[in-house]
Ligand binder design. Structure first.
Ligand SMILES: Cc1ncc(COP(=O)(O)OP(=O)(O)O)c(N)n1
Ligand SMILES: Cc1ncsc1CCOP(=O)(O)O
Ligand SMILES: [Mg+2]
Length: 561
């Protein structure tokens, strides 16, 4: 992740009331450590109860803002909010296709463009031309609208030809974030049930060739009153596991009960842009942005007579829970709760080794927790056998022996990957990766009372893993490592600290990846409860000595709390 402030643009409308639009975007971007640039597409005369006028800026000044920013302040991510009419949509889309689509980030990725298809203000008044609210005939001009009272302005889903057409953005968008009413307008039809929405969402995502997040927070998908449920439909996402791509996920969070949520859609899309600009993958950026919005609503206060604006409280921290993530293909309530045993002793420094001899050395040196991680084939190269790897036939005997060593030293010994053999021989614990979870019999492991550790590579996977109530959660990889090839980028210390501060699971978290004596102190400062190491022990002349040294360094290092 970049150390300097990434530049994020907002292309949107000014909200004179200060709660939404450009004003909410700038507040969010600054709060989340980005440098915010703005392209004002329209000026609204708006307060917390009504929109009294909307005036699009001229085409010349709209394009001049875009050109001027690009010449000096190229974006690391772009958020698009209110575009006042179809003409502005065409202008901005054409400009982005010409100037932004060819650009790449330092990492070789396209510039993320997030579209929040705002058409109606949270007070219920229409903001964009050609969008109708109940009780009005629809605005087709771009002139200031008349003042409208709050009453009788419930939104109606209009046929597509009456709404705005965002298809000119196809080819440049990364993500579109409508709420349920906006989603209906985009489709040109009403969405009536929870089951209907997934195929419709996939259709829209294909039409616009982008990921889609339908939000059910402040208004919209009230499938459950006390839960705000979003639907996230993704296609290919760089740097994530393939098992989390081309999927639909329902993300539900407890509804934050506060009428002051003006600008929540603007804030959400801006926050996603900021987190993407700071190197988070899309799944993580969405979860972090949801946490940011929940935090903002929790601390929001009224300012005028209507809904007050969200509070801006910095990177989200101290959540009581993370969103529940459910595969959208699964029926509601399909997730099975498990309860894996709690660890009886702190993990501290957790050696992950590939030989019985090394296992015995670290246990003899006092390791409370260790793992046997044998790879019969190289990561990503099924045809290559790692040097010194045993034959498949010898594997069972090694695992049996590792379990016996754990008992002899009264240690918490985990077996990586080979869950059937670990189950058969009564291991203390099993470690599984996200992909391994798809094939493992978790019910049998839980029933046998075997502890379970689960890998994660970011907030989304951490949230998914924590839903299984594991015995520990591994967070990785923190630093670059040659030990294992992974699709994800290193998390880095800053992001590790953010993940640790976000929420506290009821099991310890273990940081892994590139950790050695020189980095132990910095890792402990993030507040993570334990560290796992491979090379720092296995490549030492004396693994037992190396373990002892790391363990005493960990003991005396200063933690965050
Ligand atoms: C403590 C700990 N954390 C992470 C891993 C990695 O597990 P996984 O993602 O399944 O990858 P492999 O180790 O199987 O290559 C681990 N083993 N231990
Ligand atoms: C197995 C694994 N999972 C995430 S990083 C990693 C390897 C860590 O190895 P090292 O401690 O040698 O960097
Ligand atoms: Mg594995």
């Amino acid at each position: 992740m970049s150390a300097d402030k990434p530049i994020v643009w907002t292309i949107a409308g000014s909200d004179s009331g200060g709660g939404a639009g450009i004003q909410a975007d700038l507040a969010t971007m600054t709060d989340l450590g980005c440098h915010a640039c703005s392209v004002i597409a329209s000026v609204t005369a708006q307060n917390s109860v009504a929109v009294n006028g909307v005036e699009p800026v001229s085409e010349a000044i709209l394009l001049a803002q875009l050109d001027t920013l690009l010449a000096d302040l190229p974006p690391r991510a772009i958020k698009i909010g209110l575009l006042a009419n179809q003409r502005q949509i065409h202008l901005v889309a054409d400009w982005l296709l010409t100037h932004i689509r060819p650009l790449r980030t330092k990492e070789g990725q396209p510039i993320p463009v997030i579209l929040d298809p705002v058409m109606v203000a949270s007070c219920g008044d229409a903001l964009a031309a050609q969008v109708k609210t109940q009780g009005e005939e629809g605005e087709s001009s771009t002139q200031p609208m008349q003042s409208q009272s709050k009453q009788g302005l419930q939104m109606q889903v209009q046929p597509k030809q009456g709404g705005l057409d965002f298809t000119p953005f196809r080819g440049v968008l990364s993500l579109i974030t409508p709420n349920l009413s906006e989603f209906g307008r985009l489709l040109g039809e009403a969405t009536t049930s929870r089951d209907e929405i997934l195929p419709q969402a996939k259709m829209l995502s294909n039409q616009l060739a982008c990921h889609l997040l339908i939000t059910g927070g402040d208004k919209g998908a009230l499938w459950q009153n006390e839960w705000a449920e979003d639907l996230f439909v993704c296609n290919e996402v760089a740097h994530t596991s393939t098992i989390h791509q081309h999927r639909g996920f329902r993300l539900s969070s407890e509804r934050v009960d506060n009428p002051n949520h003006h600008g929540s859609g603007c804030t959400l899309s801006s926050a996603i842009a900021c987190f993407l600009a700071q190197g988070l993958v899309l799944h993580d950026a969405i979860l972090m942005a949801k946490a940011y919005v929940s935090q903002g609503i929790r601390f929001a206060r009224a300012v005028g007579a209507g809904a007050g604006p969200l509070a801006h409280c910095g990177w989200p921290a101290g959540l009581t829970s993370l969103p529940l993530i459910v595969d959208a293909q699964m029926p509601a309530n399909a997730a099975q709760p498990f309860n894996f045993p709690k660890l009886q002793r702190p993990i501290g420094v957790y050696p992950v080794v590939d030989r019985l001899e090394t296992l015995e050395q670290v246990l003899a040196a006092g390791a409370s927790t260790a793992q046997l991680r044998i790879k019969l084939v190289d990561d990503g190269r099924a045809d290559i056998k790692p040097v010194g790897a045993p034959d498949e036939s010898a594997l069972e005997a090694l695992i049996k022996e590792a379990i016996a060593l754990g008992r002899a030293y009264d240690a918490q010994v985990f077996i990586n990957d080979y869950w059937q053999l670990a189950l058969k021989h009564g291991a203390f614990g099993i470690h599984l990766g996200q992909e391994d979870l798809c094939s493992a019999d978790l019910e049998a492991i839980a029933k046998a009372g075997i502890a379970l550790g689960i890998s994660s590579h970011g907030v989304f996977e951490m949230a998914l893993a924590s839903q299984l109530n594991p015995s520990y959660l591994a967070l990785g990889h923190i630093f670059p490592t040659p030990t294992k090839s992974m699709p994800s980028n290193p998390q880095g210390l800053k992001h590790l600290a953010h993940m640790v501060a976000l929420w506290t699971p009821n099991c310890p978290r273990v940081a892994i990846g590139g950790i050695d004596a020189s980095r132990l102190g910095q890792v402990k400062q993030t507040g993570v409860e334990a560290v796992a190491v491979v090379r720092a022990v296995t490549q030492a002349e004396s693994p037992g000595e190396a373990y002892r040294r790391l363990a005493s360094m960990w003991e005396v290092a200063h933690g965050a709390r």
